[in-house]
Design a protein around this ligand. Structure first.
Ligand SMILES: NC(=O)c1ccc[n+]([C@@H]2O[C@H](COP(=O)([O-])OP(=O)(O)OC[C@H]3O[C@@H](n4cnc5c(N)ncnc54)[C@H](O)[C@@H]3O)[C@@H](O)[C@H]2O)c1
Length: 379
């Protein structure tokens, strides 16, 4: 078993999900030929990063990501920092010959994303972006059913990602976790944070998007900035809706907001074809709802398939418990680690890689510029 030495940068929400993925992957995917080793974690505050290292059993710490990248004993740089640091870290890591796992969105904009793609391609280093929802077994199965042609010609794709955590005007912008409200750190609001997941899934399931028309709104115009202590204008999009044409001729409708009272993380998607439709909802993530018009007439109706039965070849579930028992959000990261290592073992490319994630970035960019100019935009 070859060690795969991980250098993690950022130890917040995603730092924890990824660490869990590294620790669990080989336990449940015993065929993997490389085992992640939690070699070093990097953060700016030595005391806090040491506490994280102790809790999660990282062997060492760094307080400067450049020092981490310079280390000879690190194979993989995992970027779990706010969006405005992804490009600089990824390009430096590529130049140092490291494999790179980068959180989404890939970058602040397509220009940065293109430079990141060029850097990893020039260095020839394996790379992947953590659009983890592709590894929800029900979504993976949706992809299989679509690729098998069971839906027929696709007419509609719709997807939402709804939250409600920024409704309070008292919430500051900037700083831990709240960097999402600061456009300088996040690049955009719900478009890059939430719609990016909807778009990645849509591109994977339904192919490329041709053009978009969008509207955005910033409901709270000014917020205290936690770094300057001053009330400053808010320039992220609090809500975004867009329509689009896919290359395959189908129509798309997307909505995201952090102002949908009562919704915490309602990621949904639905796809309607000539022969069948599929529907999925993150709050019930094992369920894939299927309507198949080819079913016998008397029994035709929406089926709710609990994607947990590996005796029926449902994806990933043979790795876990007995049919009918659930897995959760954290397992999507275990699957992503396992798929990355499996691709390394076979000398293949794991997806979504930086190039795949650049396409999502280009759609986000077209959405934001359409909303700004009030025009249809080509992707
Ligand atoms: N795949 C997903 O579902 C998903 C979910 C949440 C966040 N994300 C993405 O993950 C990334 C991180 O988000 P998060 O929720 O973990 O944020 P977070 O605020 O919880 O954690 C960010 C971490 O980065 C550290 N950091 C910031 N600047 C740094 C620097 N210069 N050097 C070293 N460390 C630095 C912070 O100290 C903190 O530990 C973002 O790009 C976000 O969009 C993805």
């Amino acid at each position: 078993m070859k060690p795969l030495n991980i250098g993690l940068i950022g130890y917040g929400f995603m730092g924890r999900t990824h660490s869990n993925g590294y620790k669990r992957a080989n336990d449940f995917f015993p065929e993997l030929q490389q085992r992640p080793v939690l070699k070093a974690v990097c953060g700016r505050n030595a005391e806090k990063v040491q506490a994280f290292a102790d809790q999660w059993q990282y062997e060492s710490i760094e307080t400067d990501w450049k020092a981490l990248i310079a280390r000879k004993d690190i194979d993989v740089i995992d970027i779990c920092t706010p969006n405005n640091s992804h490009a600089e870290i990824a390009i430096a890591a590529a130049e140092a010959g490291k494999m790179i796992l980068c959180e989404k969105p890939l970058a602040l904009n397509p220009e940065q994303g293109e430079r990141m793609c060029e850097a990893v391609e020039k260095a020839g280093v394996p790379n992947m972006v953590w659009y983890n929802y592709r590894r929800v077994p029900a979504i993976t199965m949706a992809k299989q059913l679509i690729d098998e042609g069971r839906l027929g010609k696709i007419y509609h794709y719709r997807s939402n990602f709804l939250q409600d955590w920024t409704i309070s005007e008292d919430l500051p912008q900037g700083g831990a976790a709240l960097w999402r409200l600061d456009a300088a750190a996040a690049g955009s609001g719900v478009t890059g944070d939430l719609l990016a997941h909807c778009i990645d899934a849509a591109l994977w399931l339904n192919g490329s998007i041709k053009d978009v028309t969008a509207m955005t709104e910033t409901f709270v115009k000014e917020r205290m900035h936690s770094e300057t202590g001053k009330v400053e204008p808010v320039s992220i999009d609090d809500a975004c809706s867009f329509m689009c044409h896919f290359q395959n001729g189908s129509l798309g409708l997307f909505e995201s907001t952090r102002y949908a009272r009562g919704h915490k993380a309602l990621f949904t998607l639905e796809i309607n074809g000539h022969d069948a439709s599929l529907r999925w909802d993150l709050h019930d993530l094992h369920r894939l709802e299927i309507f198949d018009n080819n079913d016998e007439g008397r029994l035709r109706g929406w089926r709710s398939v609990h994607v947990s039965d590996h005796s029926g070849d449902q994806p990933y579930m043979d790795k876990w418990w007995v049919p009918g028992l659930q897995i959760g959000y954290e397992h999507t990261f275990v699957h992503q680690v396992a798929d990355f290592i499996a691709a390394l073992d076979k000398g293949e490319t794991a997806h979504p890689n930086f190039r795949d994630a650049l396409e999502t970035q280009q759609v986000c960019d077209a959405v934001l510029s359409s909303a700004k100019e009030g025009l249809w935009k080509n992707v």
